[in-house]
Design a protein around this ligand. Structure first.
Ligand code: ADP
Ligand code: ASP
Ligand code: MG
Length: 426
């Protein structure tokens, strides 16, 4: 019997009615002749609410305890979903990440999967039950402690199980009809894409399109797991992310678009170091100080130094929560680095234009900057890859910027506004 993995995000199981609706969909899939493994997220915004609670009792949460707390969210939804499926007369068994054999390293809050040994999940589906696995969690063998895979990590649980168990498809059910040319919450004219190559999906996810978690896309691409991102609130076909030769691609037009979409990311801040002596080794020393503090750096811009002073400014972006750490680390080294001052700015946003067609179509960059200029948007930083152009601009300019670029590249939908069925966008 073919095996299908179905993952339901928090907005799909936000309340009892949602759980019942999802249970019916799972039962329909099983009755159509499939074995079904389900991965479920915590209900609604439970994970954020648990985090808010933790922040009310401590300013320095310990990773082990935070993971203990957050994994409780998925335990609630998996058990309720199993009960709701049972109510429809179908056997269902829920498993924590540990019981499902998701073995991870010991990095609390961002654990990586080392091995998947889903013996109990396999036994449950062989018996004819639906197996339900709590998303975004695993266990570290050395310590025996539960771990979490990072925010949005239920997608990774689903793909890891689909890869290990040889599922023919991994369906990611969410609150929009698939992957769009831009976040439909920000750009109502966004168009649903029928097909997105893994390569473009990786860039979209890493540039902030949270519809799929980056590590899940990496795993899917490495193990050739076809993904179908679709709404749990409708029966419309969604977006397929698969190898072009996969049989599920037979009905999908393969005409390559020049631009796949636009992604935005508000989670970074900009650090600017002014009056840096322009001499060999300065950048190395400066970034070593930041790296030693455990801070990840994304974009970097260095200005040309002024002729008379031989001093320059260096700006870079870091995850917002690491901004104060980066600033403190630099101030600690001010004497030896010899710069003037460090400025932290968290009112910035990153916007990326993505499309594998950029490789072969000239003029994309020019059109991108012309669209931003016409909309009066000032650009503060730029980076590119072969298939992506990213800029940093003011957060207040984001909506205008993204809509201008969306229209300039002809991405606006001809069939009205995109539907957002649920979720709070938190
Ligand atoms: P879930 O709870 O199902 O995991 P998420 O909130 O993680 O859902 O992801 C779905 C959300 O991703 C959508 O509601 C949408 O606002 C957002 N999103 C961002 N970029 C895109 C995009 N390009 N296409 C579709 N959705 C997007
Ligand atoms: N519940 C977790 C989160 O909100 C994991 C997930 O939904 O994928 O990040
Ligand atoms: Mg998600």
């Amino acid at each position: 019997m073919p095996l299908i993995v179905q993952k339901f995000g928090g907005s799909s199981v936000a309340d009892a009615a949602g759980l019942r609706r999802v249970a019916e969909r799972i039962v329909r899939t099983q009755k159509a002749g499939n074995q079904v493994v389900v991965v479920v997220s915590a209900m609604g915004d439970t994970t954020d609410e648990l985090l808010d609670l933790a922040n009310q009792v401590t300013t320095t949460p310990v990773g082990r305890e935070l993971d203990m707390l957050l994994t409780a969210g998925e335990r609630i939804s998996m058990a309720l979903l199993a009960l709701a499926i049972g109510e429809l007369g179908v056997k269902a068994k829920s498993f924590t990440g540990s019981q499902a054999g998701l073995i991870t390293d010991a990095m609390h809050g961002k654990a990586r999967i080392l091995d998947v040994t889903p013996k109990r999940v396999q036994a449950a589906i062989t018996e004819g039950a639906v197996a339900i696995v709590a998303g975004f969690q695993g266990v570290n063998r050395a310590t025996g402690d539960v771990t979490t895979l990072g925010r949005g990590g239920s997608d990774t649980t689903a793909v890891a199980l689909a890869a290990t168990m040889n599922a023919y498809m991994c369906e990611i059910y969410t609150d929009v009809d698939g992957v769009f040319t831009a976040d439909p919450r920000v750009v109502p004219a966004a168009r649903k894409l029928d097909y997105v190559p893994y390569e473009d999906m990786l860039e979209l996810a890493s540039s902030g399109a949270k519809v799929l978690y980056i590590r899940a896309v990496e795993l899917a691409s490495r193990w050739h797991v076809p993904l179908h991102v679709r709404s749990s609130f409708s029966t419309l076909p969604g977006t397929i992310i698969a190898d072009p030769t996969h049989p599920c691609m037979k009905d999908i037009s393969m005409e390559e678009a020049v631009i796949t979409g636009i992604a935005t990311d508000k989670s970074e801040s900009k650090v600017t170091v002014t009056g840096v002596p322009d001499k060999p080794g300065m950048a190395a020393d400066l970034f070593e100080a930041v790296a030693d503090a455990g801070v990840n750096i994304d974009m970097i811009v260095q200005n040309v130094s002024a002729e008379n002073t031989r001093l320059t400014d260096i700006s870079f972006t870091v995850p917002t929560e690491q901004g104060p750490i980066a600033v403190a680390a630099l101030r600690d080294h001010r004497q030896h680095l010899g710069f003037d001052e460090v400025i932290l700015d968290d009112a910035i946003v990153k916007m990326a234009l993505i499309g594998a067609g950029m490789r072969t179509h000239p003029g994309v960059t020019a059109r991108f900057f012309a669209a931003l200029a016409e909309a009066g948007i000032n650009i503060e930083m730029i980076t590119t890859s072969e298939i992506r152009i990213s800029v940093v601009t003011r957060e207040s300019a984001l909506d205008a910027a993204i809509r201008a670029v969306h229209t300039a590249f002809g991405l606006d939908s001809a069939n009205g506004e995109a539907v957002v069925y649920g979720g709070t966008g938190r």
